[in-house]
Design a protein around this ligand. Structure first.
Ligand SMILES: Nc1ncnc2c1ncn2[C@@H]1O[C@H](COP(=O)(O)OP(=O)(O)OP(=O)(O)O)[C@@H](O)[C@H]1O
Ligand SMILES: [Mg+2]
Length: 498
């Protein structure tokens, strides 16, 4: 390389300030833990245990694996920020890139990082202490004379590595004054991080031999599969592979089951704390490790209609530069050619998802199925209007003196005209599945069943056909058990609907 003409001057960074700066590149507890677990996976660990000790004055977190471990020389090199050149080619299974994660992730959470590792029967240990670096202003680590005295080092097996975080100044959650709450805070933060880890590493976890097993304080963690692969109602489109100069990109779109097809628990777990609206989108995996999820990368909006759509995109670690992968492995940019392909995929799947929802929408208001509400569309405007011809209304109206009938219809029209649309819009955009029908009491249901059945029977329909019709319309559908009882009463105590 040509030297620029001029004089040279030493520009070695100041250890004390640069190392403090390294703490603030935007990790959270969960992204920091994930970075440490990346290293365990690269070291072919099959067990990773997250440990926390909150019983002492100074709480600590440990990440213990049974991977290949390191020799002392490798450990010393691993402790160096920039231990490997990001431009060098790595094995396909290597989740690392920058030679930084161990240090930057750890410093983001603590002021003392100790690594104890065993390989070929030899135990080695080394520590970074930021207070020592600050006092010496030197890039200097301590090699431990007695690595086996480090907390949890006795739990290392034949080979493996323990990463220990102490002086957890960042995990005290702003309650530095009240140290009695630190343990509680730490445990709460770990519990929150748990979901992220179960999701990020779900493709490594499982019951098959050689799969990764993650534990939090001895409790095994289950993977969260964001595509509900085991559910028979998840629809997987065929894989689409893009052969690019840096490697293959594999795209697969998935439509999740409708929330009525799964238990509330499973649905909530799939949606996560932010809900399904925010967790739809592209799920980008680098070397099978989830790095970004719940975004359409600006390709379309996260809407209620596309909230069942998730697209799996797999990239190899040989394309980090094209995808602008960052140190935390939590941000990336779509290369142009992938963006164009994804646009097409999205057009197709969002149409499919819209159809799923529209079909359900139509079923509820189908003209032939005695809806209590009509949906009327004129140009751009959609109106919902109570169906005053519905037998439940019509029968009751007929029982009223003629001069009271119009007042009754006026009341019903008032209900229709005052649907709380603003509140509905807001709820539909956030938590549509939490909106439920109001419960109908037994007597009102019986009255509606009586009216509907009576009128339809007079039109010549047999009971079995009417029962079939009721199954599909509200309020009977949601209250089916009570409706069946009411039907039996109306039919004279018999459940034979013929
Ligand atoms: N649990 C572990 N088991 C074995 N070796 C490890 C472990 N953790 C770290 N190492 C070694 O330390 C090196 C440095 O790790 P570090 O996370 O800082 O960088 P990286 O993984 O190479 O890249 P990145 O910055 O992208 O994570 C690794 O390349 C690996 O050789
Ligand atoms: Mg790493």
């Amino acid at each position: 390389m040509n030297k620029i003409s001029g004089r040279s001057a030493d520009a070695t960074p100041h250890a004390a300030s640069l190392i403090e700066g390294l703490r603030d590149i935007g990790y959270s507890l969960e992204t920091a833990l994930a970075d440490i677990i990346d290293n365990s996976i690269t070291a072919t660990a099959s067990n990773v245990e997250l440990l926390s000790d909150t019983s002492r004055d100074e709480p600590a977190i440990g990440i213990l694996d049974n991977g290949s471990g390191m020799s002392e020389a490798t450990l010393v090199s691993a402790m160096r920020p920039g231990s490997q050149n990001p431009l060098h080619t790595r094995r396909g299974s290597d989740l690392g890139r920058f030679g930084l994660g161990l240090k930057s992730a750890s410093f983001s959470q603590c002021r003392r990082l100790t690594v104890v590792t065993r390989r070929d029967g030899v135990l080695s240990g080394a520590s970074w202490d930021l207070d020592w670096v600050a006092s010496q202003n030197k890039w200097e680590i301590q090699i431990l004379d007695y690595p086996n005295s480090v907390m949890w080092a006795d739990r290392l097996g034949k080979s493996g590595t323990l990463v220990l975080w102490e002086k957890l100044d960042r995990l005290q959650g702003g309650t530095a004054a009240d140290s009695s709450r630190h343990p509680e805070m730490l445990n709460r933060r770990l519990a929150l991080a748990e979901r992220h880890l179960r999701l990020v590493f779900h493709r490594f976890m499982g019951t098959a031999k050689g799969s990764l097993r993650l534990f939090l304080n001895g409790r095994p963690l289950k993977p969260i599969d964001p595509f509900a692969t085991a559910h028979s109602a998840s629809i997987f489109d065929p894989e689409d592979t893009l052969h690019l100069p840096g490697g293959d990109v594999v795209i697969q779109s998935v439509t999740l089951p409708h929330h009525k097809q799964m238990s509330l628990l499973a649905w909530d777990e799939l949606g996560g704390p932010e809900g399904h609206l925010k967790s739809q989108g592209i799920y980008l995996y680098r070397g099978r490790r989830l790095i970004i999820y719940g975004t359409w990368f600006g390709l379309c909006r996260q809407s209620e209609l596309t909230k069942l759509c998730r697209v799996r995109v797999d990239i190899p670690n040989s394309m980090d530069a094209e995808w602008a992968i960052d140190v935390k492995k939590s941000s990336a940019q779509l290369p142009h050619i992938v963006r164009e392909r994804l646009k097409k995929v999205l057009e197709r799947i969002s149409e499919g998802s819209r159809r799923t929802y529209r079909r359900r929408g139509q079923r509820l208001v189908d003209q032939n199925r005695l809806p209590l509400w009509h949906r009327e569309q004129a140009g751009e405007t959609i109106r919902y209007r109570p169906n005053v011809d519905h037998p439940a209304f019509a029968e009751f109206a007929e029982s009223l003196p003629e001069d009271r009938r119009q007042s009754f219809f006026n009341c019903i029209a008032l209900v229709g005209a005052s649907l709380p649309l603003d509140a509905l819009h807001a709820d539909m955009a956030g938590a549509a599945e939490q909106i439920v029908h109001d419960a109908v009491d037994e007597e009102a249901l019986l009255q509606a069943v009586e009216a509907t059945m009576g009128r339809l029977q007079r039109r010549g329909l047999v009971a079995a056909v009417i029962v079939d019709m009721l199954k599909d319309i509200e309020p009977f559908r949601s209250e089916w058990e009570a409706t069946e009882k009411a039907i039996a009463k109306v039919l004279g105590g018999t459940t034979n609907h013929e």
